[in-house]
Write a protein that binds this ligand. Structure first.
Ligand SMILES: N[C@@H](CCC(=O)N[C@@H](CS)C(=O)NCC(=O)O)C(=O)O
Length: 318
């Protein structure tokens, strides 16, 4: 399966400076890999590998919150982690700051108050994840064990925190988590790169929060924005989107309808689906598309509730 997203295209946007057509062509070649390895370096090795660029990348985060499940079969609300004994000791998230999948994982970590370190991956060299066979982010290492793929990571963490409670994920919760991965994320790129001004705004955000060298930042901002403007048109076709804003508003309304008057999909507390929707929307919330979405749909109240429920980031500042 092939997918394209903004950060994934930067490598191509930067390395291909010769013409929009060639750039676009390469941009859509982004391979989505799904391999995994359990070999992760010790944190001291990782820091040595990462060097000063990671120190830079590690400064600046987005945050979210989490979930823990109740034992109830009916209400699948989640509670912040109470027992610190079950909490992992060393959690490291390899991420791109603006990546929706990474933000989904952060939502879970923050909500559950699980402290974690962040290693901001340079999307061009990816040298910070050279040690792994998996070439996408997020990658999470938990006490040395590598986890990949945002939904799998969240499932594994949840099971670690709640041993024996693997079945508390309701059909409804599963359905909406799937909707986030299979629908909502595909609506985002066509929106944040919809016009040249929005593409520039998005890349300004991406490059100022990501791990780029000075030159990469300059080139990425303009080449990336131009390239993604064109790529987003291809994405619209690929996912049968005719009007990207309408698709975003429809998705927001669909989600509010799913809440069906409840504070959260999980009832009185967010569940994993609430955290997934919140997590992927968070990087766009204060871009033009996110502002428009809140202005033109009913999602704002739920979103603000989620900001409160998730609270402060539990990221360890280094
Ligand atoms: N299914 C994966 C998708 C992860 C993904 O596509 N990550 C993007 C960044 S948002 C990526 O790393 N793309 C490859 C690249 O940057 O080269 C997940 O849920 O974690």
């Amino acid at each position: 399966m092939r997918r394209v997203n903004g950060l994934a295209t930067l490598h191509r946007a930067i390395s291909v400076s010769g013409g929009a057509t060639a750039t676009q062509h390469r941009l859509v070649q982004v391979e989505m890999m799904s391999t995994s390895s359990t070999n992760s370096p010790k944190i001291s090795d990782r820091v040595a590998i990462s060097g000063p660029s990671v120190a830079r990348g590690v400064a600046g985060t987005m945050f979210f919150s989490v979930v823990a499940a109740s034992l109830s079969q009916e209400v699948h609300a989640k509670e912040p982690l109470k027992s610190v004994n079950l909490a992992p000791k060393e959690v490291v998230l390899y991420q791109y700051e603006a990546c929706p999948f990474c933000n989904k994982v952060k939502a879970f970590l923050d909500y559950n108050k699980i402290p974690y370190q962040v290693v901001e991956v340079n999307p061009i060299s990816k040298k910070e994840i050279k040690w792994s066979d998996y070439k996408k982010v997020p990658i999470l290492t938990v006490d040395g064990e590598q986890m990949v793929d945002s939904s799998d990571i969240i499932d594994k963490l949840f099971n670690k925190l709640h041993p024996g409670n693997e079945t508390t994920d309701s059909d409804e919760e599963r359905k909406w988590r799937g909707w986030v991965d299979n629908h909502l994320v595909h609506v985002l790129s066509p929106n944040i790169y919809r016009t040249s001004a929005e593409a520039l705004e998005s890349f300004d955000y991406i490059t100022s929060h990501g791990n780029f060298s000075f030159t990469e930042r300059l080139v990425a901002k303009y080449a990336g924005a131009a390239a993604m403007y064109f790529v987003s048109k291809k994405l619209k076709k690929k996912y049968n989107i005719t009007d990207e804003r309408k698709a975003l508003y429809d998705a927001a309304e669909t989600w509010v309808d799913a809440l069906n008057g409840r504070q959260y999909l999980g009832g009185s507390k967010p569940n994993l689906a609430d955290l997934a929707v919140f997590g992927v929307l968070r990087p766009i919330r204060y871009l033009k598309s996110g502002r428009d979405m809140v202005e033109h749909t009913r999602i704002g109240e739920w979103y603000t509730r989620m900001e409160g429920a998730v609270g402060e980031s539990s990221r360890i500042k280094v």
